[in-house]
Design a protein around this ligand. Structure first.
Ligand code: PBG
Length: 306
């Protein structure tokens, strides 16, 4: 009877798997704070992407760690950077796998902030052009969707204009619209080697106390041309996902971030919780709150058993 009357279900169709691409070949390094998650060179990451495709996962989200970092994150827009190379490799081998690329500067800047600096201040408008260049390099490589995660104001419009001008009007934008300034990103910053070298991201990411502001951020990004919007993190912000679902008639994503993954892993490893049960319960909650799909480091594990 429970099967017949269940309101929300989790399916492989709801999952997106993040991947971390590093330079080199044959490289596979486990992230200390994220057991089961790896930094991989393009050849290895491609194998993981193909495995995701074979398991029925619709898409992957790519992050890159560059050879070299500088103040302006110049390597973010290299046509042969790890992300761009991985996009090309996936599109050649598994063209039916949806490729989403994270667009941000924090992995590429030596100071670890998501934009360029004037002293210790992140400069919004000067960053937009660099983000647009990065997004264009991803589109040229064949990305289906670019996903700006920097939280600069006006970046969706800047990227949309740049894409359209170069003829990439079919490249979609998934905007990290309601992205909170969160302690749950800690393990990711180890994975992406992107911890800010001073201060924090409070001048551009959202205050955890704010809900109405999330609706304004989403409305702005939709206005600027976002095709899909995201709430991030997921579990601590289920109310925001629900509010977004009720306020906007648009595709809605949620990101079960690194800290959410690591907490479950750690408790499971200590034998304190039943990992499968808790993972399924959290993902189902995120869907029940209203997310159409979930970006999660658990995608492979969950798809394997669904
Ligand atoms: C880049 C970015 C971050 C995440 C996705 N893109 C980290 C941050 O803002 O510091 C976090 C993802 C995660 O924690 O899993 N700006």
């Amino acid at each position: 009877m429970r099967r017949l009357v269940r309101e929300t279900r989790l399916s492989r169709d709801d999952l997106v798997l993040p991947l971390f691409a590093v330079p080199g070949a044959g490289v596979e390094r486990e992230v200390g704070s994220m057991p089961g998650v790896f930094q991989q060179s393009v050849d290895r990451a491609l194998d993981t992407a193909v495995r995701a495709r074979d398991l029925g996962i619709p898409g992957v989200l790519l992050f890159g760690i560059p050879e070299r970092k500088d103040a302006r994150g110049c390597d973010a827009a290299l046509d042969d950077g790890p992300v761009q190379s991985l996009v090309r490799a996936i599109k050649k081998t598994a063209p039916d796998l949806l490729v989403i690329t994270d667009v941000c500067l924090c992995e590429y800047t030596d100071h670890g902030h998501c934009g360029v600096l004037d002293g210790e201040h992140v400069v919004n408008d000067a960053t937009l052009e660099l983000l647009a260049d990065e997004a264009l390099s991803h589109a040229r490589a064949g990305a289906d969707i670019v996903a700006p995660s920097d939280m600069m104001d006006g970046r969706v419009a800047a990227i949309r204009v740049a894409l359209d001008e170069e003829g990439f009007d079919d490249t979609a934008i998934l905007s990290y619209a309601a992205k909170y300034c969160s302690g749950f990103y800690g393990p990711f910053r180890e994975a992406a080697e992107s911890a800010p070298q001073f201060g924090d991201r409070r001048s551009y990411q959202m205050d955890p106390g704010n809900g109405g502001e999330a609706m304004r951020e989403i409305a702005l990004d939709l206005d600027e041309g976002a095709d899909i919007v995201m709430v991030k993190p997921a579990l601590p912000y289920l109310d925001i996902i629900r509010r977004a679902r009720e306020t906007f008639e648009c595709p809605l994503a949620a990101y079960q971030v690194s800290g959410e993954y690591s907490m479950i892993k750690a408790a499971a490893r200590a034998g304190w919780i039943d990992e499968r049960r808790v993972v399924d319960e959290t993902l189902l909650s995120i869907r029940r709150a209203g997310a159409d799909f979930i970006i999660t480091y658990y995608a492979l594990e969950v798809a394997e058993r669904l």
